[in-house]
Ligand binder design. Structure first.
Ligand code: XMP
Length: 169
């Protein structure tokens, strides 16, 4: 597989993003809401750079099945979310592709009565967004290719790789 972003590239950028997030929140308590399963590595790495009063919560959103490249209906499983009313929430996802997932999650979280909502993604695919989603923090803009590693999977494989690679199909 062709490596698109090395482990060093990712670690450097994640640390930069964390600095920007810490500057923006200026010591305010933040609840990070990660989107499973792809956010695992990104979330785990970024929070270790964040010197803020922090809570971590997780939800699952799935629309992709295996190799599918077009989104289906989004299923949100949020049973394990704490009460987010009045909290400053930072939603973290692995990749912004068509935008459907983050657009729907944004509405979902706003309806829970959060005090503020920002969105951070590690990757944003160029030329793929169908639902416009403004993100507050973006690690890398990448070409339109199917990528795996650093949390991203193909049939639940490759998530453990410390780098991001283009999957050969
Ligand atoms: P949307 O289209 O809703 O998609 O923005 C976001 C979700 O789609 C998955 N996705 C990928 N997963 N490699 C992956 O492993 C990819 O290249 C890719 N593109 C989209 C991912 O779950 C993301 O949260």
């Amino acid at each position: 597989m062709k490596i698109l972003l090395s482990a060093d590239d990712i670690q450097r950028r994640v640390a930069e993003m964390a600095r920007q997030i810490a500057d923006d929140y200026r010591g305010q308590p933040v609840t990070i809401v990660g989107v499973l399963t792809g956010c695992l590595m990104f979330l785990a790495d970024i929070v270790r750079h964040l010197d803020l009063p922090l809570r971590i919560a997780l939800l699952q959103a799935s629309s992709y099945r295996g190799e599918a490249t077009a989104p289906g209906e989004l299923r949100i499983q949020a049973e394990r979310l704490p009460d987010l009313r009045g909290r400053h929430v930072l939603l973290l996802d692995d990749i912004l592709d068509t935008g459907q997932t983050l657009a729907e999650l944004r509405v979902y979280l706003r309806n829970l009565g959060v005090a503020s909502l920002r969105v951070g993604v590690l990757l944003r695919k160029e030329g793929r967004q169908k639902t416009p989603v403004e993100v507050d923090y973006c690690g890398f803009d990448i070409p339109d290719a199917f990528v795996v590693g650093y949390g991203l999977d193909f049939n639940d494989e490759y998530r453990h790789l410390p780098y991001i690679a283009i999957l050969n199909r």
